[in-house]
Design a protein around this ligand. Structure first.
Ligand SMILES: [Fe+2]
Length: 360
């Protein structure tokens, strides 16, 4: 028996679907809007979610986007009365596991979908548990090795110090070449880490956000100085040179032994949620979460800062732009995290201190 949450603003649909699922032996929870559904999900942690698309008070896209981040192993099925291809594609891109159309004339199709996705979720949980077990065994072996030889721990400490010094040096080289954006990387890193905290990411992921935030534009070292500092509009060729900074960063950073997916986050920080970014034009959840966070922190910080060619937007104006682009340029969950992080930020944090300390 599974616990299934049914979200639909039409009571009759909830009743009919719920009765059918109860007859199959499942426990059914109900919600009349996306927002209520998310709240009930957080409290009761159901095994599977069925959600309508068009509802007042938070639609099915909102449900899918939230659960794709909060509970990626929980299947979410959209059951839509409109049933357009665009909606189906958007749902799947956001993280829905399946898409059905109303009216549900064949309830056996629903039953088969539910059973198939519950089995798939079970397999995924088993694989994760297996991977976790292997990771823990690996860590235990590393500790045992360190105990026997005393060497790996010392080597790791040295590597960590060298890494911090290397990052400091790279940032100073970038500041020499692109003085107009001095401090941008440190502020992006700070915002990204705050967003990660709001989203409940663990310490390792926050470290990735910090380092990737500091290094996200390091590839601009490979872009001609006159292009970076050009006051007027760029030619097409110059624009391509600027865009090349992400692949240049990959060449610069590829041999550094980062603990987390720093390299991927840097490489993907100009990808857009709707798939119109660069360099790979990937979209939605295919973009690394840390890269989606960086994209939001990067653009917000740039908008809220003065540039030689324009004045800074006010924080409220910059935040409004970010909200307007949620679901298009930016991941909507990350934009929500930015809003929360800005409200919570403390003024005394200084992520650059880690680099400066290591480099001194
Ligand atoms: Fe960039």
């Amino acid at each position: 028996m599974a616990k299934i949450l049914c979200i639909d603003d039409e009571p009759f649909i909830r009743l009919a679907t719920g009765d059918w699922l109860c007859d199959l032996g499942h426990e059914v929870l109900e919600a009349a809007s996306g927002a209520d559904g998310i709240a009930i999900f957080r409290e009761h942690k159901p095994d599977l979610v069925l959600t309508d698309l068009r509802m007042p008070g938070g639609d099915g896209f909102l449900v899918v986007a939230h659960l794709a981040e909060e509970a990626p192993d929980t299947p979410v099925v959209i059951i839509s009365g409109t049933g357009t291809v665009d909606e189906a594609v958007k749902s799947l891109r956001l993280g829905a596991w399946d898409y059905l159309t109303k009216p549900l004339t064949d309830m056996n199709l629903l039953a088969a979908t539910v059973e198939r996705l519950l089995a798939k979720a079970g397999e995924r949980r088993q694989n994760k548990a297996h991977l976790q077990s292997l990771t823990e065994k690996n860590k235990a072996l590393e500790l045992q090795l360190a105990h026997w030889t005393g060497r790996p721990q010392k080597t790791t400490a040295k590597l960590s110090d060298l890494l911090k010094m290397g990052i400091g040096s790279l940032l100073r080289a970038l500041a020499e070449k692109d003085p107009a954006t001095a401090g941008h990387n440190e502020r992006v890193a700070a915002i990204a880490v705050d967003m990660g905290r709001v989203m409940g990411l663990d310490a390792e992921a926050q470290d990735t956000l910090l380092i990737a935030g500091l290094l996200h534009d390091i590839g601009k070292i490979g872009v001609p100085r006159e292009v970076l500092n050009k006051p007027g509009p760029l030619t097409l060729e110059e624009f391509e040179q600027v865009r090349s900074h992400v692949v240049c960063a990959e060449r610069i950073l590829k041999d550094i032994p980062f603990h987390g997916p720093v390299l991927q986050a840097v490489l993907q920080h100009h990808e857009r949620f709707d798939g119109t970014g660069y360099p790979q034009r990937i979209f939605g959840a295919d973009i690394l979460l840390e890269a989606r966070i960086l994209a939001v922190a990067d653009v917000y910080e740039a908008l809220a800062s003065d540039r030689p060619y324009r004045r800074a937007l006010s924080p409220a104006e910059a935040a409004a732009h970010m909200a307007e682009q949620a679901g298009r340029h930016f991941c909507p969950v990350c934009v929500n995290a930015l809003t929360c992080a800005l409200a919570r930020r403390s003024a005394d944090r200084n992520p650059a201190a880690i680099v400066q300390k290591g480099a001194s």
